[in-house]
Design a protein around this ligand. Structure first.
Ligand SMILES: Cc1cc2nc3c(=O)[nH]c(=O)nc-3n(C[C@H](O)[C@H](O)[C@H](O)COP(=O)(O)OP(=O)(O)OC[C@H]3O[C@@H](n4cnc5c(N)ncnc54)[C@H](O)[C@@H]3O)c2cc1C
Length: 292
């Protein structure tokens, strides 16, 4: 089923994101987490795709297993900068064969080690080119529902939010169905983004992406990587608790639950949770925010 159908219903849609584990033990643990989180009845779940195509096999295997063994609707992330058009076509046929109808279509990032990304001939430069490629392909154009990334505080490489929003408009006009946002901690950033997106005539659902704060150092690293600012009330608590991650997690669950309640009261069509492959914070947020 195409996940865009969920957003036509008159109730909030909850989705969970996982990443592919690196070891068999971590995979086992992930499947236990998914089993536990299934009880929260998410509408669909997604699995990330390693930058530069590094987790291709793992991502597709996980997606296939979640679909078959857990009978959950799935969306596979797919990044395009590391692949040429021929390889991309093969990947898309593979997903279609696995009956995966939903893709989170992304550009991806160059390696973090500072090395130059390999130049790919007949490749892709931006996510909008992947969206166009799919929408122009006779075997894929009607098959896939396409979710793309949006950045409430602007994408880190982009000099200003207006240019970034205009680039988002190109991506939506190319045939994207849904926007899921980068993590953010101040709902006002999301509301301002939503207003600007709508002012550009973009009508597709905009889904806020939320991350539970469970570890001070980790969240500061993520926020820096994504260009998301940490508001003072959160930063003060991170400073106060230091390495006491139990207290940070408790505070983070409360913080995210309040974010959820405010977003839902505002009328968002759903919430996408960056689970970090952990069950407890999500279950606790559900309880605190009264989501079930
Ligand atoms: C919901 C979500 C899921 C993600 N999942 C993954 C994942 O699974 N794997 C992974 O490696 N990364 C993932 N990322 C991170 C993502 O790959 C990076 O943020 C990446 O830097 C940008 O990807 P994008 O698809 O938004 O790129 P794009 O939409 O291509 O934008 C990238 C930059 O280029 C600019 N730009 C876009 N189009 C044009 C154009 N036509 N001309 C000029 N400039 C343009 C934009 O303003 C922006 O600054 C995810 C991000 C989000 C928000």
């Amino acid at each position: 089923m195409k996940v865009s159908e969920f957003y036509t219903q008159d109730k909030p849609v909850f989705s969970f994101e996982f990443f592919p584990p690196k070891t068999p033990e971590a995979s086992e643990k992930l499947f236990e987490t998914i089993k536990a989180l299934k009880t929260l009845e998410p509408s669909y779940v997604t699995c990330t795709y390693g930058a530069m195509g590094s987790t291709r096999t793992n991502t597709f295997e996980i997606i296939e297993k979640i679909k078959k063994d857990f009978q959950l609707e799935v969306a596979s992330h797919l990044t395009c900068i590391a692949h040429d058009k021929k390889q991309m076509e093969e990947l898309l046929y593979e997903l279609k064969e696995k009956e995966v109808e939903n893709i989170v279509a992304l550009r991806g990032d160059a390696p973090q080690d500072g090395s130059e990304p390999e130049k790919i001939e007949n490749g892709f430069q931006y996510a909008n080119e992947l969206v166009s490629f799919i929408r122009q392909h006779p075997d894929f154009k009607d098959y896939f529902c396409l979710i793309v990334a949006g950045y409430p505080e602007g994408h880190i490489e982009c000099s200003d939010l207006t240019t970034d929003l205009n680039n988002l408009k190109i991506k939506m006009d190319a045939g994207s169905d849904i926007i899921t946002t980068q993590l953010f901690f101040d709902n006002n950033d999301f509301y301002a983004f939503e207003e600007k997106v709508r002012a550009l005539g973009i009508t597709q659902p905009i889904i806020p992406g939320l991350i539970p704060v469970t570890n001070g150092k980790q969240i500061q690293r993520f926020a820096k990587m994504c260009g998301s600012k940490i508001p003072k009330n959160l930063q003060d608590k991170l400073d106060e608790y230091g390495d006491d991650n139990d207290s940070i997690e408790k505070f983070g669950i409360d913080f995210a639950a309040k974010q959820c309640q405010d977003l839902l009261a505002h009328g968002v069509p759903g919430i996408h949770f960056y689970t970090l492959n952990k069950e407890k914070p999500i279950t606790e947020i559900y309880k605190k925010a009264g989501l079930k």
